[in-house]
Design a protein around this ligand. Structure first.
Ligand code: LMR
Length: 392
């Protein structure tokens, strides 16, 4: 029976981790998977997380099951950061649950949407490849529109066109900030328009917020999400702490459901809980418990926010250096300065991406996406020179 299975390709992005590790060149550069790196190329555990983990070891007196919703203290402590301190549950209309990372949250969000009658998911492309993969696995059709123009701006006409053609049973998946893979985010004025457009039609918004705090700040990066939520009756929100708390392999995320009427939330959440039970039963505790301990402690919260500021400042510095380099062969790097988060796209062909890897030991996604945090003051010149060479 099992011999009926067909070979599946390895995930192209995750495969880069192994390819890079196996490369013996000392000056290789990893610009592949999205993990933050310091100016020394390290991905250390946040100091605030280390402190919270020590506290957890000291204080945690049981590891008994918590239930499919996970650590609700964690889920609720995050809400003022995501939805705003004024009304973190939008007047009783938002409830959440813990999930294994942003991927677990998206999986449940899309499965709940499907149970509710969603058939198509509108996605701006390029997008994070796992979005389409989860939709395909759930049997949801993906309808694509262009996220960005050739000139490197958001393609609002394409978005308006996609929204003009929605039918009953459509959802739209939007990146809240730090667009993956382009780094090209909607401006405040554009979010205002998107919120207004969404308020006028029946499409279900699914907001993916996986990089809050890595773009322009915790509050700033929530602008679009909050604008949309005040304009629409209901929405699903997928959240990841993997980047902004540096908890990647611990898989820490949350799913929030916003209902038109708070009284409907128990029914909606019962679907999310039963789907979690069927998928992983209950989410892993450790990382989420550490985040909760940080958010319950003013000192640790300040330390975490300070560490996040330093990450953002470093990425801004890398972006400014790339922008100042101007042209690298046929590629204009100027726009990288104004983009947000870990990612930007170098507009080069798949063959040129391969040449970057084979000739220069520079690992980037096949789409030309780079993780700007992989660049340091010590390797950025090599990167710019390599782009110039492969595009000359
Ligand atoms: C990425 O896009 O590199 C990250 O979101 C990591 C992942 O799981 O793909």
């Amino acid at each position: 029976m099992l011999t009926n299975l067909h070979q599946q390709p390895a995930d192209a992005l995750l495969a880069l981790i192994k390819l890079h590790n196996a490369d013996p060149r000392a000056d290789k550069i990893d610009l592949g998977v999205g993990v933050y790196r310091t100016g020394e190329g390290d991905t250390p555990v946040f100091g605030a997380i280390k402190a919270a983990e020590r506290k957890l070891v000291e204080e945690q007196d049981s590891k008994a099951y918590l239930g499919p919703e996970g650590d609700m203290g964690f889920v609720e402590a995050l809400m003022p950061y995501v939805f705003g301190k004024e009304s973190p549950d939008m007047g009783g209309r938002i409830e959440g649950m813990q999930t294994p990372g942003g991927t677990g949250s998206l999986r449940i969000a899309l499965a709940v949407a499907k149970r509710a009658g969603i058939r198509r998911v509108i996605v701006g492309v390029p997008s994070w490849p796992n979005h389409a993969q989860i939709c395909a696995d759930l049997g949801l059709d993906v309808v694509e529109f262009n996220h960005a123009t050739q000139a490197g701006h958001t393609d609002m006409d394409a978005l308006r066109g996609a929204l003009a053609n929605v039918v009953e049973g459509d959802a739209i998946l939007l990146h809240g900030c730090c667009h993956n893979p382009t780094g090209i985010d909607y401006s405040h004025a554009e979010w205002d328009e998107i919120a207004q457009l969404l308020s006028q039609n029946k499409v279900l918004p699914i907001l993916d917020l996986a990089y809050q705090g890595l773009g322009n700040g915790m509050e700033e990066d929530a602008y679009g999400l909050r604008r949309v939520l005040v304009a629409v009756p209901e929405a699903l929100i997928s959240y990841s702490c993997d980047k902004n708390f540096g908890l990647y392999r611990d898989r820490v995320g949350a799913l929030y459901v916003m209902a038109a009427a708070g009284e409907d939330l128990p029914r909606m959440m019962s679907n999310a809980h039963s789907l979690a039970r069927a998928n992983w039963s209950q989410p892993p505790d450790h990382g989420a418990a550490a985040v909760r301990l940080i958010l319950e402690d003013e000192g640790l919260t300040a330390q975490w926010l300070d560490e996040l500021d330093q990450m953002r400042d470093r990425m801004r510095q890398v972006r400014a250096t790339l922008a100042a380099a101007g042209k690298a062969g046929a590629v204009d790097l100027t726009a990288f300065g104004g983009q947000n988060g870990l990612f930007s796209i170098v507009p080069i062909s798949k063959e040129q991406v391969l040449e970057m890897r084979e000739k220069h030991g520079i690992y980037m996604a096949g789409s030309g996406r780079i993780n700007v945090a992989g660049l340091t003051m010590g390797n950025i010149d090599k990167f710019v020179a390599a782009v110039a060479e492969v595009t000359a």
